[in-house]
Design a protein around this ligand. Structure first.
Ligand code: NAD
Length: 312
């Protein structure tokens, strides 16, 4: 079972699971995802898409859910900065109520529970790069808190079910991931910059553009998550890349790769936006044998191609 299976990351996970012969039930309410992301699987007998808001409980009339799952992957959650402002209560609920009820189901089924946590668990980090042992620097009630704290709560819930009820859990802290099937208007830097570059519009970099992110192509993330699924690691474990670049460099790279004439302009930066971000990948390397393979230029090219062809 995968929640958020019609979203950006979720749909790529579904593809990878189907490709290796699994039966997959995806649950999604399409709040930020889209049926089209999994439309190519509509006739696959090993795939079922269930439309449901999981914060309301798992639909008990749904035949696809009347079975024992061996894996439950909780990937549902709006995840972009625009969503933090527009869907704050939805984010809090899917990272709390939904996490708890999915953990109950994992316990009942004896399923391995994989939770999509985030580098936002580190907030605006005072330690660089960020190892899993760092507890973070999070504003508990600022505009981003709905996301950061619901993920931190989900981690706490997963660990509580693991320690006190023996649920087999794996927590992955995902660093900024990009690729095909992101929404061009979702407010995250890469789809925004690519959309603007392709339209020849000014690229809107927040603040001075000196803030950094380490960007990960979705195929690398999916490989890391499936390795975690197959392992007995509890985590939390960082998955991403060490390809750290400033937002200004990112904008310039996208302009170059898209062959665009766009100029860079600077807009107001949102509150509590992290200054630096790069995962310490030691744990992923030693415990999962994880190594990212897709360089940023290659991944960005694929993403630009996807957005360029989408409009046709
Ligand atoms: P996304 O918005 O594309 O996917 C989220 C999916 O969850 C969407 O399909 C949405 O419709 C669904 N959803 C949300 N609330 C739901 C609910 N109540 N019931 C059913 N479905 C619901 O975002 P994404 O980037 O694919 O993120 C997927 C997961 O990975 C999220 O949990 C996110 O927090 C986590 N994550 C992503 C990144 C990243 O860089 N993409 C980084 C860190 C963590």
């Amino acid at each position: 079972m995968i929640t958020g299976g019609a979203g950006f990351v979720g749909s790529h996970l579904v593809d990878a699971l189907i490709a290796r012969g699994a039966e997959v039930v995806a649950l999604d309410n399409f709040v930020t995802g889209a049926k089209e992301n999994v439309a190519h699987l509509a006739d696959n007998p090993r795939f079922t898409l269930v439309e449901a808001d999981i914060t309301e409980g798992l639909p008990d009339h749904e035949p696809a859910l009347a079975r024992r799952f061996d894996g439950i992957m909780h990937f549902a959650s709006p995840a972009s900065p625009t969503d933090f402002e527009q869907l704050p209560v939805e984010i809090l609920r899917v990272g709390s109520v939904a996490t708890m009820l999915l953990l109950e189901r994992a316990q009942a089924d004896g399923a391995r529970f994989i939770m999509a946590s985030t580098s936002e668990a580190y907030g605006d980090p005072l330690v660089h790069p960020q190892p899993e042992t760092y507890w973070g620097n999070v504003n508990p009630n600022g505009i981003r808190s709905v996301y950061d704290e619901s993920k931190r709560f989900s981690e706490a819930a997963a660990m509580a079910y693991h320690r006190s009820r023996g649920v087999d859990v794996g927590i992955v802290r995902i660093f900024n991931t990009y690729g095909p099937r992101m929404r061009p208007d979702d407010g995250r830097a890469i789809p925004t910059f690519v959309r603007q570059a392709l339209a020849g519009e000014p690229i809107t970099v927040a603040g001075t553009g000196d803030q950094t992110r380490s960007i990960c192509f979705v195929d690398d993330l999916v490989r890391g998550i499936l390795t975690l699924l197959d392992s007995t690691e509890t985590g939390p474990i960082n998955v991403g890349t060490e390809d750290e670049m400033s937002m200004r460099e990112l904008a310039e790279t996208i302009i170059k790769l898209a062959g665009s004439t766009s100029a860079v302009t600077y807009i107001t930066r949102s509150a509590d936006d992290p200054e630096k971000r790069r995962p310490d990948l030691t744990l992923a390397r030693t415990r999962l044998g994880y190594q990212p393979r897709v360089g940023s230029e290659e991944g960005l090219r694929k993403t630009i191609d996807y957005f360029a062809n989408r409009g046709r």
